[in-house]
Ligand binder design. Structure first.
Ligand SMILES: NC(=O)c1ccc[n+]([C@@H]2O[C@H](COP(=O)([O-])OP(=O)(O)OC[C@H]3O[C@@H](n4cnc5c(N)ncnc54)[C@H](OP(=O)(O)O)[C@@H]3O)[C@@H](O)[C@H]2O)c1
Length: 237
């Protein structure tokens, strides 16, 4: 029997990068996985066909659409909120609408998705949100909006862990450092700057993050909640 046989899992933002690795890992371990996407229809359809998961379009910038998607998914054993965007640059010139949209996707959607999932979640359910080591450490200029969105998730996890703890529902944040995806390619312009902060001087692989998510979603993690789990090659050390 596979680790997640019979489990119902929703991944918000699963078409590419870390989210796609999470879908592959959990579906490969037997879960019935549904994942959302916004812009990458072709990648989403390919991943669904490859993994036997279900792809559905839902824009995480639309709070009510996110709530409806979670509600329509029924009782979830595991909710993973991965969808996230980065808006980097001089705060004096950044488009305020882009900053507000980042807060919608990175903060508002995770909060409402987590609360909505908890309404129907069985005892022992898991809520896992992908934050960032930048929630703890922002060592270069231009990252304030992104960092504020990822540190907001920390307070959310601490609070919701207490709200849902009596039901055995855990709430955890996974905080990656630089991971090789479209958002932060290993051969991109930030490579040397980022590796300079790290103890292990390479980008991580999406599969490495998916492994941590699988552990938090699995049977060994029942006593782990309200906590941040950093996987960053020592970026924040
Ligand atoms: N890569 C890193 O170095 C790194 C480090 C720390 C934390 N993170 C976090 O890890 C998460 C995933 O990052 P990634 O590197 O895998 O990014 P990515 O390669 O840009 O992929 C982002 C994923 O999120 C989805 N997404 C984005 N906006 C969405 C929206 N409005 N509605 C629905 N889905 C949306 C995308 O779907 P569509 O393409 O279909 O829109 C895609 O599947 C993010 O929360 C990010 O902040 C990444």
């Amino acid at each position: 029997m596979a680790a997640f046989d019979g489990k119902s899992i929703l991944v918000l933002g699963g078409s590419r990068g870390i989210g796609a690795a999470i879908v592959r890992r959990l579906a490969g371990d037997g879960a019935a996985v549904t994942f959302t996407y916004a812009g990458s229809r072709e990648a989403a359809e390919q991943l669904a066909a490859e993994t036997g998961s279900v792809a559905v379009v839902t824009d995480s910038a639309d709070r009510d659409a996110v709530i409806a998607r979670v509600r329509e998914s029924g009782p979830l054993d595991v909710l993973v909120v991965n969808a996230g965007v980065a808006v980097l640059g001089d705060p004096l010139t950044l488009d305020p609408d882009a900053v507000d949209r980042l807060i919608q996707v990175n903060v508002v959607a995770p909060y409402h998705a987590a609360v909505e999932a908890a309404r129907q979640m069985p005892e022992g359910g898991r809520i896992i949100v992908i934050g960032s080591v930048n929630g703890d450490r922002m060592p270069f200029a231009g990252g304030a909006a992104y960092a504020l969105s990822k540190s907001a998730l920390q307070g959310m996890a601490r609070g919701l862990a207490r709200d849902f703890g009596a039901r055995g529902i855990t709430v955890n944040i996974v905080q990656p450092g630089p991971i090789d995806t479209d958002l932060n390619p290993a051969d991109g312009p930030m490579r040397e700057l980022m590796h300079g902060f790290m103890a292990i001087k390479r980008h991580g692989r999406p599969e490495e993050v998916a492994g941590m998510v699988a552990w938090l979603a699995g049977p060994e993690a029942t006593f782990v909640t309200g906590a941040m789990h950093t996987i960053d090659g020592g970026f924040g050390a």
